[in-house]
Ligand binder design. Structure first.
Ligand code: GAL
Length: 302
């Protein structure tokens, strides 16, 4: 049976390296769509699709420096390039499908490409999962800093944006508006002063689990998780998961496949050219006696 090797740069069906770090996978109709950072050329976010999570077909560079820009009802700053023409920094893109509007809505951490002080979030959307997304600019939710982030869609369609605030000290949970185009309410400020990054959420048998990393840049550290009976319910304090490096990875997202839970992460190799040697990992998750556990493995299939 074919397997994907953890820590390697996985390849698409044409044998080319997949550029989708800090990513997210959603299932739409018969396909899984994988969105992630693509730092090559003038690209920001790329999209791949697969029917089995093993064979990935490149679909599109859905967000680039040339993407169409359009303001919307919320005041944002439309900036896909620096004044000198260089790229801005878009990290950890996540996409949800909104049943009510029929749109695919993307949220991504925005930095201005010069320093790391913008700590904002940018929004884009599209009528199809892998078309050219329209960029709607960046903002600070209720004025807060917003860095490492994720999205989570609950069973009833209510969606949440989770991001690191106050220089990463606290993790904020925002309920989104019905169209997923804005934050509607700050429902939690979790784990005050614990510096959690790379949040990733999954619901399993009525319990919500949120895995995150500590704040050590590209270096891996001990993963931790909290759980709750609902996104807006009280969350437990943090418990450790995996080993002291989360098996050499940082969380990207969590996914349920055929009733089994998986953690997907990045094995970062650093900045500059090293970034492109960063690999992907997926580890099985299991709930045992009420405790979420992660199993180390060298390779994986789904
Ligand atoms: C990590 C973060 C990554 C990237 C990196 C840069 O903490 O999770 O997405 O921003 O820092 O140092």
């Amino acid at each position: 049976m074919e397997k994907l090797k953890n820590g390697e740069v996985w390849r698409d069906v044409e044998g080319k390296e997949i550029h989708a770090h800090g990513g997210y996978i959603i299932k739409h109709q018969e396909y899984y769509y994988w969105y992630g950072e693509d730092r090559r050329e003038n690209f920001y976010v790329s999209c791949y699709r697969s029917e089995d999570l093993m064979h990935w077909e490149f679909r599109n560079h859905i967000l680039t420096t040339e993407s169409k820009m359009e303001g919307y009802r919320v005041r944002t700053k439309l900036m896909l390039r620096k004044e000198d023409g260089g790229k801005v920094n878009l990290e950890r893109p996540k996409v949800l499908y909104n049943e009510k509007t029929g749109k695919f809505v993307l949220w991504v951490h925005f930095e201005n490409g010069t320093d790391y002080r913008e700590a904002a979030v940018a929004v884009a959307d599209c009528d199809t999962p892998d078309g050219d997304f329209v960029y709607h600019g960046h903002f600070n939710p209720y004025g807060y800093m917003s860095r490492d982030c994720t999205l989570f869609k609950d069973d009833d369609g209510t969606a949440y944006f989770i991001s690191a605030a106050r220089d990463n000290a606290d993790l904020h949970v925002y309920r989104l508006s019905e169209d997923y185009m804005n934050v509607d309410c700050l429902v939690h400020r979790l784990w005050q002063g614990e510096y959690r990054e790379a949040p990733a959420v999954i619901r399993h048998e009525g319990i919500y689990y949120m895995i995150s990393s500590f704040c050590t840049g590209w270096d891996p550290n001990q993963g931790k998780y909290g759980q709750a009976k609902g996104m807006e319910q009280p969350w437990t304090s943090l418990r450790e998961i995996g080993d002291e490096t989360t098996y050499q990875s940082q969380a990207a997202f969590l996914l349920e496949v055929n009733g089994r839970l998986y953690y997907f992460g990045d094995r970062w190799r650093g900045s500059g050219e090293n970034y492109f040697r960063s690999g992907y990992v997926a580890y099985p998750l299991e709930v045992k006696d009420g405790v979420l556990t992660m199993e180390y493995c060298e390779e994986i299939s789904f």
